[in-house]
Ligand binder design. Structure first.
Ligand SMILES: [Mn+2]
Length: 345
C-alpha cells in the first residue's frame, strides 16, 4: 500500500485507469460520501476524460436529498464486477460496503482509497494506493485537495457537493478544527451555496417519531436527585429519539423504555457535562449490567447507551435507576473523600 499526495494520486489514477472507474461508498452512505463521489467524478471527467460509476448499498436520508438535488446516479451493484479500478471513498474496510462485497471484481484490480477515518488494520491488504488524512473532518476536504492540484477551476455545484460533506461530517462545525473553516471558506469562494446545503442536510422527523417524542414527554417521571434532573419514560418505539428529546427539554439524564412483544429495549442519554463531571459512563455503569440482569445485552458510549432483554418496562426502568443511583452515589462519596483530604492537607 502506498500513501500518495494529491498530485501523485491524480497522476497515478491517470496512468492506471483506462476509461472508467468505480467509486465505492459505505452502506447507508452519508452526504460526505455521496458529495465526495459526485465532485470526484466531475474532476476525473474534466481532468482525464474518465467516466465514474458510483456504487452504494444504501443512502441515508440526507444523502438521498443530496443525490436527488444534484441528480447523482447510483449504479446497480451487478455492474461493479466489470471494473478494474476501484476507489473506496469515505470507507476503509470491506465490512462497511455491505452487500456490495459480493459484487466486487474477482480478477486483478487497482484499488485506491480516499478516507479520513482511523485506518482499519486490513486496509494495507485491501488498497494499493491511499490519499489519507485522519486529522481532517471530512473526505470532502481530500477531494478539495485534488481539485486544487488539478488544472481546472472548481464549478459551483461541485463546491456545494463538497460543502454538504464538510458541514455534515463536522456536525455543522460542532467538531470543526481550524482547517475545517479554511476549507469551507475555499468552497464558498468557489460558489458553494450554504443555504442550499443546510436545506439538503435537514431531515425533519416523521410524524410518528414526533408523536412518540411528545408521548414520551407526557408520560415522563422526573427525579430531582444528586443535583441532577433524571427523566424516565415509557414508550412503544423511538426510545433513543425520546431520550434525545428529553435531554433537549432540560433533563441531565434520560432513560426511555420500549416493550415490544417479549422484548424490552432501554435507551439512555446523558449530557456531556454529566459524563465529565460525575464520572458516569452509561454503557459501563448502567446498560451493560442491566442487559445481563434482564437476560440480554447492553452497551454503547459513555453518554449514549442502550440495552435489551426480557422484563416488564417497570422492572427494567427500576433496575436502570438503581444502577444509576449506585454510580452517582459512589462518585459523590469519592469526591467528598477527596475534598476532605484536600481540607486536611
Ligand atoms: Mn466522512
Amino acid at each position: 500500500m502506498k500513501q500518495l499526495n494529491p498530485s501523485q494520486f491524480l497522476s497515478t489514477l491517470k496512468e492506471r485507469v483506462k476509461d472508467s472507474v468505480a467509486l465505492i461508498l459505505h452502506q447507508s452512505a452519508d452526504p460526505d460520501a455521496i458529495g465526495s463521489a459526485a465532485a470526484l467524478a466531475q474532476l476525473l471527467h474534466l481532468e482525464a476524460n474518465i467516466t465514474s460509476q458510483i456504487f452504494a448499498e444504501s443512502l441515508n436520508r440526507s444523502a438521498n436529498n443530496v443525490a436527488t438535488f444534484f441528480n447523482i446516479e447510483i449504479t446497480a451493484a451487478e455492474h461493479l464486477a466489470s471494473h478494474s479500478t476501484l476507489i473506496l471513498l469515505d470507507l476503509n474496510n470491506m465490512e462497511q460496503m455491505g452487500d456490495l462485497v459480493q459484487h466486487l471484481p474477482k480478477k486483478d484490480t487497482s484499488v485506491f482509497c480516499v478516507d479520513h477515518h482511523t485506518p482499519h488494520k486490513d486496509l494495507p491488504k485491501l488498497a494499493d494506493y491511499t490519499l489519507f488524512d485522519d486529522q481532517i473532518r471530512s473526505t470532502a476536504e481530500l477531494i478539495l485537495r485534488l481539485w486544487k492540484e488539478s488544472s481546472h477551476a472548481m464549478p459551483a455545484d461541485a463546491a456545494s457537493q463538497l460543502a454538504c460533506g464538510l458541514v455534515y461530517d463536522s456536525r455543522h462545525f460542532h467538531i470543526a478544527v481550524q482547517s475545517t473553516f479554511a476549507n469551507f471558506l475555499t468552497l464558498l469562494q468557489n460558489g458553494a451555496d450554504y443555504n442550499q446545503v443546510l436545506k439538503l442536510l435537514s431531515t425533519p422527523l416523521d410524524k410518528s417519531e414526533r408523536v412518540a417524542r411528545l408521548k414520551a414527554a407526557q408520560r415522563v417521571v422526573v427525579y430531582d436527585e444528586f443535583d441532577l434532573l433524571i427523566a424516565a419514560t415509557n414508550i412503544r418505539s423511538y426510545e433513543a429519539s425520546a431520550c434525545r428529546a428529553l435531554i433537549g427539554l432540560g433533563a441531565d439524564i434520560a432513560i426511555a423504555c420500549a416493550v415490544k412483544k417479549d422484548e424490552v429495549r432501554i435507551s439512555s442519554r446523558a449530557t456531556l457535562a454529566v459524563h465529565r463531571e460525575r464520572g458516569l459512563d452509561l454503557a459501563r455503569d448502567v446498560m451493560e449490567p442491566l442487559g445481563e440482569l434482564i437476560g440480554g445485552a447492553g452497551g454503547g458510549h459513555p453518554s449514549a447507551a442502550g440495552a435489551n432483554g426480557v422484563a416488564s418496562s417497570d422492572h427494567a426502568l427500576g433496575i436502570a435507576l438503581q444502577l444509576l443511583r449506585k454510580t452517582l452515589k459512589a462518585h459523590r462519596a469519592q469526591s467528598q473523600l477527596t475534598s476532605d483530604q484536600g481540607a486536611d492537607g
